[in-house]
Design a protein around this ligand. Structure first.
Ligand code: ATP
Ligand code: MG
Length: 689
């Protein structure tokens, strides 16, 4: 008979959990791949496997567990602890800080790089640039080299970063990337090469790493056999969820950490691969077994879905059944239901929002908490009308994968102070910060940063700089602030309060709505108190920023009930009792941007599949007949007639209950509220500028 904690698992899940466990002392099993469709219990099995390893004596501090998001890592840790407690009882207290190495690839990379900084020639105080910082630095470098998109058709800073990132992640040449993805920019190949070289040099001089560097440096580090031994030797087990969305660098890192594959487990579903735009490749998961010789990895597949009702699963299977190719097979479930998923036509996005609110409230009435319901969309800006309707109706929500709390200018300002203190060579932070002071513009800021960067003690040299004209008392106050911070006089997290007090008068000067913004800063202070040190705070916040909420205040209270709004990408791995999908129309899914090649189109299809398979009991796909585009095409903002997504052709309609809303005969009063017209774009923009 199986141990109590394994009782609920089916036979193949159990096989995966027990794989290679119970070998003689110090031995771990060979490599294992679990490949299976959505909701088949992959993540659940992985959590059980980790717990099972621990209850069988594995040292939790020597288990490396990598998930796609920090949220997923936290959730996984909680599950592992719960199972361990079930088996070990109160002894599980020793497991509390057990899974110290659970996180995302990037987060784990950042930690390891800091640990090994000296050995690999990195300053231990390196700061991390998010995408926007990276684009800003690219921009600074671009101007220095005299490549401007204003005078010519030279790619914008965001495009430059996108091209650079693609070259790095796909480990290919710039020529290749331009040819396949940016043919119009091919004429700039030489300039882009020079730009990227200068960008890399600037990062190194400033001791900053961007997202891609976290993987790149990590891969470089473990390509050295001694360091690979040392880093890999820290872990007896390495387990990775959502392996279908890793890129070649990530695979290379894994293979260097565990060259023979001992103790290595990867889990995923090729039908859910949705990150090829970040150079993820399903080759990683499909080729995994053959990476090892003489014996390939063991492969376990699962075919029973525990998440969704049969009608939902049938519809999802129908959609993915039309995919050109895939490895995982159709799933089955014994969760019967009379209710087919809905395919609902509405007039436009305003009606779409009204429909969702009506349905969400009705579900809440019958006991489905808001948190058990989610609204998913292809692109972050698709939820604008809904966000406004929710705000109007006072319904709290949290938005995953959209604009972040940290994108707000005032929050970035405050973080720039901390980052500059941590690493005074971080030019993007310094540039932002210095220009907060009256009398300091880009040129002066540049000069100051040049001067201090040349000094081995940048902050010392800052104190010796003659105060810039017109900066008045603000200059000495600023120097005093950063000097005190550098010496950690106030300590963490109290120093955030110090920064806030210094910043508030500037905030009053710069922004009209200073009071609202001050609220955000208080919130930031609260978030900060949850981190052990300034460095951990900056790193984790940059890698995994808090989600935007209806009250713009970062994180809602934990006991509050709120509706989840999420891009499909950010909904990966999660499930809700009730799921709505917005704008299930051609142009949104598949996205206009994703219909260029067959591969892109196939990925859009998988996205729809990922979205649909998040639903447990109820699923509604909504198709507005009119859709408002925000200057995304040559005609600018306008209404376009919308068509139901091509991924649900007539042959699949049998799986849906097709309806339109509102039902004919809805009262005039109902209609009048729905016909209110608001400038959605302007309101959304004003939230974040
Ligand atoms: P995805 O592909 O979306 O990431 P997954 O394969 O990781 O899905 P899980 O999230 O692990 O699937 O599991 C889906 C649901 O099925 C969860 O609610 C989980 O608790 C449940 N489940 C998994 N295995 C079993 C089982 N053996 N018995 C009962 N419920 C199970
Ligand atoms: Mg999962």
């Amino acid at each position: 008979m199986a141990a109590a904690h394994l009782e609920k698992l089916n036979e193949r899940q159990r096989e995966a959990v027990e794989h290679g466990v119970g070998l003689p002392d110090g031995q771990t099993g060979g490599p294992l791949l679990i490949i299976a469709g959505a909701g088949s219990g992959k993540t659940n099995t992985l959590a059980h496997r980790v717990a099972h390893l621990i209850v069988n004596g594995a040292d939790p501090r020597r288990i490396l567990l990598m998930t796609f998001s920090r949220r997923a890592a936290t959730e996984m840790t909680r599950r592992v602890q719960r199972i361990c407690r079930q088996v070990l009882g109160d002894n599980a207290a020793i497991m509390t800080d057990a899974l110290a190495w659970a996180g995302t690839f990037h987060g784990i990379g950042a930690r390891l790089l800091r640990m090994y900084a000296e050995q690999i020639g990195l300053g231990v105080d390196f700061t991390i640039h998010d995408r926007e910082d990276s684009a800003d630095l690219m921009n600074l470098v671009r101007h220095e080299l005299g490549f401007s998109s204003k005078q010519s058709r030279f790619p914008t800073k965001a495009t430059c970063i996108a091209i650079y990132s693609r070259v790095v992640n796909a480990e290919t040449s710039i020529g290749e990337v331009l040819k396949t993805a940016y043919p119009w920019a091919q004429e700039w190949e030489q300039e882009l090469k020079a730009l990227f070289a200068a960008y890399v040099e600037a990062k190194q001089a400033q001791n900053v790493l961007d997202y891609d560097d976290l993987l790149l440096y990590w891969a470089q580090m473990v390509s050295d056999p001694d360091l690979a031994d040392d880093v890999g030797g820290r872990f007896d087990y390495v387990l990775v969820d959502e392996y279908q969305d890793t890129n070649r660098l990530q695979a290379a890192i894994l293979m260097s950490l565990k060259p023979g594959g001992r103790g290595l487990t990867v889990v995923g579903d090729d039908a859910q691969s949705i990150y090829s735009f970040r150079a993820a490749t399903i080759r990683n998961i499909l080729d995994f077994p053959q990476e090892f010789s003489p014996r390939p990895a063991d492969v376990i597949t699962l075919d029973r879905n525990y998440r969704s009702t049969q009608p939902i699963l049938a519809a999802a299977n129908g959609v993915i059944g039309l995919a050109r190719e895939r490895y995982t097979k159709n799933l089955w479930t014994d969760r019967t239901s009379e209710q087919r998923p809905m395919l609902v036509t509405v007039k436009d996005e305003v009606d779409q929002a009204a429909y969702i609110v009506e349905q969400v409230l009705a579900a809440r009435e019958v006991g489905v908490a808001l948190k058990q319901q989610a609204v998913l969309f292809r692109s972050s800006n698709h939820s604008s009308a809904l966000e406004i309707e929710l705000t109007r109706r006072n319904l709290p929500f949290v938005k995953y994968g959209g604009l972040k709390f940290l994108d707000a200018a005032h929050v970035k300002d405050l973080l720039a102070v901390l980052r500059f203190t941590q690493n005074p060579r971080d030019r993007v932070a310094g540039f932002r910060l210095l220009q907060l002071l009256p009398g300091i513009g880009p040129q002066t800021a540049s000069k100051i940063l040049d001067t201090i960067a040349a000094d081995p003690e940048p902050l010392q040299s800052l104190a010796e700089i003659p105060p810039p004209p017109k900066s008045g008392d603000d200059w000495p106050a600023f120097v005093t602030l950063v000097t005190a911070l550098r010496k950690a006089e106030a300590g963490w997290p109290a120093e955030i309060g110090t920064v806030r007090m210094w910043y508030e008068p500037h905030l009053d000067r710069i922004h009209e709505d200073a009071d609202t913004r001050k609220g955000d800063l208080l919130q930031l202070e609260q978030i900060a108190s949850g981190y052990l040190s300034r460095e951990r705070f900056l790193t984790e916040l940059t890698l995994d920023p808090p989600d935007a909420t209806s009250d713009q205040a970062g994180v809602p209270l934990l006991d509050e009930d709120y509706l989840i709004l999420s891009t499909i990408h950010s909904a990966k791995g999660q499930e809700w009792r009730s799921v709505f999908m917005l704008n299930v129309i051609d142009g949104c899914i598949p996205s206009d941007l994703g219909t260029g090649t067959t591969d892109e189109l196939e990925e859009e299809r998988r996205l729809l599949y990922v979205g649909m398979t998040r639903a447990r009991d109820s699923l509604a796909l909504i198709t507005p007949q009119r859709f408002y585009t925000y200057g995304q095409n040559s005609q600018g903002d306008r209404y376009v007639c919308a068509q139901k997504t091509r991924f649900i052709p007539a042959t699949l309609l049998q799986y849906f209950e097709v309806a339109s809303w509102p039902k004919v005969g809805a009262s005039a009063a109902e209609r009048s509220t729905r016909n209110v017209r608001i400038d959605v774009g302007a309101r959304m923009r004003s939230m974040w500028t």
